[in-house]
Design a binder for this molecule. Structure first.
Ligand code: GLC
Length: 551
């Protein structure tokens, strides 16, 4: 069965490999323990040599950092902890000179409570135009002391907080789907729409190549804000129900149609990528219909377990759904919100997205199994047609940091659930560059906003650079071969006869076989292009993937 032929166009984002930089943890130039823009600039040539096409930067805009920058106080400026606007311009120019496109994060669902608009809203009266930019409501009950509805915050606790009005009286409530420091905008207000068009233009005029749009399924809330009790199995950011009154409301698509038109007035194929946690590729594809966004993260793929049947199913569905609307499929295994895939794929207990792993978690993975599976999973992912996302540090095979002490934790999830859910700190730890150096070369002072695990001493980039069997070299080889063989714009054809536990397909001239079973698999004749681990003669060991050139 042949599944994907070329999608409609030749724009760069249809087949790009996009590397996510989490600025806090990538490289720290000034030694304060927090990564920064000059740190990024200084390592762009390392990314060019890795072979990626673009970078996406998590937010570096002005922010009190209550949610690691996803709480923006000024959308058109750089937070001093990351540097200055001219540091940004230098970074952008350097990236472009190296042939790397740059995508920035846009956070339109909510601002920080320190945003000028929210501060004005607090000072203004109920019913005022200042309050109409956010979701203020009166409380329920005779004295308004109950929240307006029963919605929970993604990070735990109620999604509503109550104000004390300027005169000292208990006042209205405001909605925050995330932390209480992240009030939701009211996107039915045209002023909010106009404001964000200005923000888009600001960054487009500076020369960015696109936006990753945060919580792109959340901007519009159902009229009347009806009560809703989420499916406990649904994960914090999505869920299966079609009737979730704050995710995936149809009117959200109008916003992206407007943005699509706005981007089209610029040259050079600027792109929008939706962070929309939806349960199926089919639903996710609604965000990338021809007049909407250009890409959407394939979270149904990310959450699929290490299981051949389930992976085949989600790949097939993705290759139908995205090209079905003229969009490229995308693939992603790790990001700053999920347990790193070198750990996640070997967990032995359920771990809902966003909960994280900490000292007391059950089902911790065997690190060797995790790494073997992660290498195989990436070897599979980078053979798939479409665009792929890589999260900083996965090219080093980094596992989740699972032993962060309680008093070092930073994720609001940890605080809002009184330590019941660890949250996402374990995938956000500053990455290791150099063995034997302070903070493993993250900076030269040894400071680090989250503690780095001791085991990372053996995973630094310089050590891996010198070892041709390393995960770094595996990524480099995969990226080079993918580019040279045009796999990103290829055609996938499933191969039969390898058994249920094996994934086998051809992407043009490359045959890809992944053994997810319990016994070695006999390989067909062919020349090995690369493999995620050593082969045993003509046998493919378990948890191993291979690319073969067959005739
Ligand atoms: C997105 C971000 C996550 C953030 C949340 C609220 O899911 O990826 O890190 O906490 O939105 O902005």
């Amino acid at each position: 069965m042949t599944l994907l032929t070329e999608t409609a166009g030749s724009e760069w984002w249809r087949s790009a490999v996009i590397y996510q930089i989490y600025p806090r943890s990538f490289a720290d130039n000034n030694g304060d323990g927090m990564g920064d823009l000059p740190g990024i600039t200084s390592h762009l040539s390392d990314l060019a040599s890795l072979g990626i096409d673009a970078i996406w930067l998590s937010p570096f805009m002005t922010s009190p950092q209550k949610d690691a920058g996803y709480d923006v106080a000024d959308y058109c400026d750089v937070d001093p902890i990351f540097g200055t606007m001219s540091d940004f311009d230098v970074m952008l120019k350097t990236a472009h000179t190296l042939g790397i496109r740059v995508i920035v994060d846009l956070v339109p669902n909510h601002s920080s409570d320190q945003h000028a608009w929210f501060q004005q809203a607090l000072a203004a009266a109920p019913g005022s135009p200042e309050r109409a930019r956010y979701m203020f409501r009166d409380g329920q009950g005779p004295d308004g002391s109950l929240p307006p509805n029963n919605w929970d915050s993604v990070f735990g606790g109620s999604a509503w907080s109550r104000l004390t009005e300027p005169d000292g009286a208990p006042g209205q409530w405001y909605l925050h789907l995330f932390d209480e420091s992240q009030p939701d905008f009211d996107w039915s207000n045209p002023e909010v729409r106009e404001y964000f068009e200005g923000v888009l233009r600001f960054w487009l005029d500076r020369g960015v190549d696109g936006f990753r749009v945060d919580v792109a399924h959340g901007l519009i809330k159902m009229d009347g804000l009806p009560d809703y009790t989420p499916d406990p199995e649904g994960g914090s950011m999505g869920g299966d129900a079609d009737d979730v009154p704050y995710w995936g409301q149809p009117a959200v698509h109008e916003i992206y149609r407007e943005w699509h038109k706005l981007l089209a007035t610029y040259d050079d194929d600027r792109a929008l990528c939706a962070e929309a946690w939806l349960p199926t590729p089919e639903k996710t594809a609604l965000w990338v219909r021809p007049d909407e966004m250009h890409q959407a993260f394939n979270f149904p793929y990310l959450v699929t377990e290490w299981d051949a049947v389930a992976l085949r199913r989600v790949i097939t569905e993705s290759l139908r759904a995205f090209p079905g609307v003229g969009a490229p499929p995308t693939w992603v295994l790790s990001n700053h919100d999920v347990v790193r895939h070198a750990s996640r794929l070997a967990l032995t207990a359920d771990n809902p997205q966003g909960d994280g792993i900490g000292p007391k978690s059950q089902g911790k993975p065997d690190p060797a199994v995790g790494l073997r599976r992660a290498r195989a999973a990436t070897t599979l992912m980078l053979a798939l047609p479409g665009s792929a996302y890589i999260y900083q540090g996965e090219e080093l095979g980094l596992p989740e940091a699972m032993e962060i002490p309680d008093d070092a934790r930073q994720d609001p999830t940890w605080f809002r659930t009184n330590g019941e859910r660890y949250g996402r700190d374990g995938c956000r730890v500053p990455i290791p560059w150099q063995s034997g150096a302070p903070a493993y070369g993250f900076n030269d002072t040894g400071a680090s906003w989250l503690p780095q695990p001791e085991e990372w001493a053996g995973l630094t980039r310089d050590l891996q650079e010198a070892d041709s069997e390393s995960t770094l070299w595996l990524y480099r080889t995969l990226l080079a071969e993918r580019r040279e063989r045009g796999l990103g714009v290829g055609t996938l054809e499933w191969l039969e006869g390898f058994g249920d536990d094996v994934i086998a397909f051809r992407n043009d001239a490359v045959t890809v076989i992944v053994n997810i079973g319990a016994a070695p698999v006999q390989l067909p004749a062919g020349v090995v292009v690369t493999s995620s681990g050593p082969l045993e003669g003509a046998q493919l060991p378990v948890d191993t993937a291979v690319w073969l050139e067959t005739v």
